[in-house]
Design a protein around this ligand. Sequence first.
Ligand SMILES: Nc1nc2c(c(=O)[nH]1)N[C@H]1C(S)=C(S)[C@@H](COP(=O)(O)OP(=O)(O)OC[C@H]3O[C@@H](n4cnc5c(=O)[nH]c(N)nc54)[C@H](O)[C@@H]3O)O[C@H]1N2
Ligand SMILES: Nc1nc2c(c(=O)[nH]1)N[C@H]1C(S)=C(S)[C@@H](COP(=O)(O)OP(=O)(O)OC[C@H]3O[C@@H](n4cnc5c(=O)[nH]c(N)nc54)[C@H](O)[C@@H]3O)O[C@H]1N2
Ligand code: SF4
Ligand SMILES: [Mo]
Length: 683
Amino acid sequence: MPRIVKTVCSHDCPDACSVLVTVEDDDENPGGARAVQFRGDPGHPVTRGFLCGKVNTYEQTVYSSERVLHPLRRCGPKGEGRFERVSWKEAVSVIAERINIASRESGGESLLQYTYAGTMGLVNRNCPNALFNRLGATQLRQNICYYGADEGYRVTVGSGYGVDPEDTVHSDLIIVWGSNVVTTQVHLMPFLDEARKKGARMIVIDPYRNRTARVADQWLGIRPGTDAALALALMHILERDGLLNRDFIERRTTGFKRLSREVLPRFEPARAAKLTGLSEDDIESLARELAGASAPLIKVGIGIGRSTRGGGAVRAICSLAGFTGSYEALGGGVQFDTGCEFQLELDSINRPDWLEGEPRSLNMTDIGPALCDWQDPPIRFLYVHGTNPAATAPLQARVHAGLAREDLFTVVHERFLTDTARYADIVLPAPTFAEYADLYKAYGHLYLQYAEPAIAPLGESRCNLEVVQALAKELGYDDPWFNLDTREHARALLSGSHPNLEGLDPESILAGETTRLNIPRKTCGFGKRFETPSGKLEFYSSELEAQGLAPLVDYTEPAEEDLERYPLRLITPPAHSFLNSSFGNLEKARRREGGGPFLLIHPDDAGEVVDGDLVEISNRQGSVRLSARVTTDTNKGTLVAEGTWWPSHGLEGRGINLLTSNRLTDLGGGSTFHDNRVELKKI
Ligand SMILES: Nc1nc2c(c(=O)[nH]1)N[C@H]1C(S)=C(S)[C@@H](COP(=O)(O)OP(=O)(O)OC[C@H]3O[C@@H](n4cnc5c(=O)[nH]c(N)nc54)[C@H](O)[C@@H]3O)O[C@H]1N2
Ligand SMILES: Nc1nc2c(c(=O)[nH]1)N[C@H]1C(S)=C(S)[C@@H](COP(=O)(O)OP(=O)(O)OC[C@H]3O[C@@H](n4cnc5c(=O)[nH]c(N)nc54)[C@H](O)[C@@H]3O)O[C@H]1N2
Ligand code: SF4
Ligand SMILES: [Mo]
């Protein structure tokens, strides 16, 4: 008899969908069960009964013939991907031995755990941190994704979710600014559509006509990295024309006078038009629309932060919303990320108390140089889980060179033989989310949910928690923490006393109830005060001043070398059918993305190049070949390569991150995947 199991999608996506899996008896495997269908849970207020195209046929991922189902040991050169099957017992014993040798000879810092959000399950994502803290390993600063945007937001308006995504239906003007909602946060769309049905216009500000721009009322094709200049010009106009919300500015902001005196005069619309590539008319009318709306909403993406001025861009956008005072209007203000509201007891799973001393730390974006160059001690043991750096980390040539080091022992815990796993000495099989239990928060809504496995783990795959337990046992750690099961860890995570958790019933959460944080509907995410040092929205930040950074919201053009040689800007946003590099192994997903990596080129930049031509883009780091699409969907001067395709699916085994760098953002020290200078030539 088919039955339905309610679970949660574990992928690194804001929506954290509640998923209904239909499970049937498995004819080929008596007593076993098979997941035959994945559907969105109609009972979840944000999932609303649908899943994205990546997960609504998830049985193809779960039962893919490419799944890694047994521990493997390398039996060919690194990177070639030749492995032989070994038992779990043997794999665990070899790994523990290698950890012991490296620690004894070179100290704990010669060990590195390299991980990101392959699973968003709070227990499985985080539990390896405890083990590596105990081992005194090099610490990982996980700056690959949101640090730039987040810091721009935090120093301006503090922590806080801003607008509840469900309240965006009350907005009367939607500006999607550096976010491809249709692709990267599709469950926000029905709410925005509801607002549009009631009359809200939707404007997309993005260097290319992404899928969201295609369904919007207007696309403003901004020059990448210049968003702060646009936001400041809009503030300039609002002030010039007396359209700002003086009452809000007086009550709830700091630094207005200095901003108005020292910065805004430099951002007259004509200058901003030159900087941003937009027309003066477009800038003027956007300002008028903003001033005329009663609840203007700005949906800010994370991607906009991934450039040299990315933190400052988000800071300026949050400041702009202060000029209209839209934070106090239901449905208005800035919608960025709700993750900060889930104030769980993360120390219970991370165990920072097990860390002795202060081991050195690594920026995720420096993994290539760290593996290649670090000494005293060099990284000797690398444990990778929930991430695929051979595809998704910058400085790809160095990442691959580092992974190929013969004196590095690498373990990769994976669902598939990714380009990273091909370099491993030992590959351990990981389950899909249908196969393990975990507790999930979200970064695109305010609901918690606990998920039970829908089916048993395939083959010999084991979830992260089980691997940590097996390794701890082999290493001789007997702390009772290592015996806790998923449910016990989840209960500890829920045991916090933060007001957002007040009144929540852990037992009902553990029984699988979709549970909203203790945050009433229809309230502004910033409440009566902003969580900044002054309690106000800070146009002027003394915190930035103390760090030696420019305290006022501002924009300056970054100095760039060699513009003549590398005149084009390359941005590399996500593909619709992949999730970072996940799903990139599925032929069907690659077909939907056009069959292979491609590059959007404006006709004015194309020269001789016509649609379908093979082109090469290069910079000092190397060159990548892709197929050309000549189109006015991107701006003159901006090239767009969608998707972190697996390098092994690119031409000559090269991926787009061969051209991206480890340069950091102005604020927060985040990644800069959308900030690259290249030259283009036809092959
Ligand atoms: N289908 C799908 N969904 C995903 C992902 C995926 O790979 N595929 N990835 C997930 C992850 S890990 C994350 S972090 C989020 C990211 O999701 P988003 O926050 O949407 O971030 P990005 O898609 O990187 O960038 C959003 C948009 O910013 C634009 N952009 C780039 N530079 C600039 C700029 O300087 N100014 C402006 N105005 N816009 C700019 C890009 O062209 C892109 O259209 O999505 C998640 N969801
Ligand atoms: N050029 C360019 N590069 C980018 C970006 C970009 O926009 N452009 N985006 C950046 C961003 S925002 C991010 S967040 C990073 C993300 O990049 P990654 O962290 O590399 O994310 P994925 O490529 O999805 O890889 C996650 C891996 O985790 C594995 N996995 C899934 N579940 C489990 C599990 O339970 N256990 C274990 N052990 N493994 C599991 C999956 O099989 C998958 O291979 O990429 C960054 N790289
Ligand atoms: S990837 Fe995102 S949209 Fe798709 S099912 Fe998972 S959480 Fe939902
Ligand atoms: Mo991300």
